[in-house]
Design a protein around this ligand. Sequence first.
Ligand code: ATP
Ligand code: FE2
Length: 335
Amino acid sequence: MDGWVLGLESTAHTLSFGAVRSDGSTLPAAIDAIRPREGGIHPREAADHHRDVAQSLLSNLLERHGLSMSDLAGVAYSQGPGMGPCLQVGAGIARALSAAHDVPLIGVNHCVAHIEIGRWECDCDDPVLLYVSGGNTQVITRLAGKYRVLGETLDIGIGNMLDKFARKFGHPFPGGPVIEQHASAYIEANPNASLKGLELPYAVRGMDMAFSGLMTAAVAMVHRGVPFDAVCWSLQEHAFAACVEVAERAMAHAGKHELLLGGGVACNQRLRNMCDTMAVEREGTSHAPPRMYCIDNGTMIAQLGWLELNAGRTTPYHASAVDPGLRTDATPIVW
Ligand code: ATP
Ligand code: FE2
């Protein structure tokens, strides 16, 4: 294939344009996320944000990497899952660019893109993915031609749980990094800390997880007077242990030896360390892509688009509608 592939990410709070060159090399994305002054993300407001910043973000990407629209080979966009109004803005821009430059349109699965960018960047072959983001918490692996979800959250995503907990105590979105700082401060000051007296509910439900009870109990713990740093540490230990436990069981059941992290919460160093420990104990390996490819980014969309385009799969205009509820296992692996 000649030319480069553009990727457009717009599933939730982030609008991002990324690119992949014809040989598959990935280029860092231009990213802009809405930061609500208070409260959570309103889909309409996020969609308006995306529309407002789209043109300048795209110019930014082209300038930064010296790309020209005349060399474009295809336009990939997130078809789902995500917030309807946000997805529609991205799909609208992608359709317009594809028509204007007469190149194929490729609608891709956002969750699968998190997996493929990780496989590509970390050079792993057949991993179990621990996909931990704001809206999603899933343990996924490839079985019989599709990525199958072996375990997932039954209520909210782990990132949403961290964000909500942080917001209750005045820290705006994204709360995950703030909690990580407080937890690190606690463990540095108390290197022999134990969870005794800081117990929170067990979040594992069979192969699934549930996080809202954990959050409620952590909020109550702060209200009882336990220091905020200590609660942040305990919350991370409990929530991450649940994810690692399910991921370990998935590796054992599916007979896989590689663990791959993806999603915004995979930026967390403590989670990365816990995954390393587990993988080493199983005589396997744990991998995490660079942080810029853990969070939502256009490059992962371009990369999956590039794979699909090379395999001959494109999205005709009549099939380009967005699907807010698109499942990870709905996408056949054609590449
Ligand atoms: P998806 O659409 O896949 O659900 P998302 O819209 O939630 O993704 P991401 O960019 O993948 O977006 O993830 C954002 C989440 O990652 C937020 O909940 C944020 O708090 C969390 N996060 C980011 N950095 C860290 C960190 N260092 N520790 C813990 N959580 C983090
Ligand atoms: Fe995501």
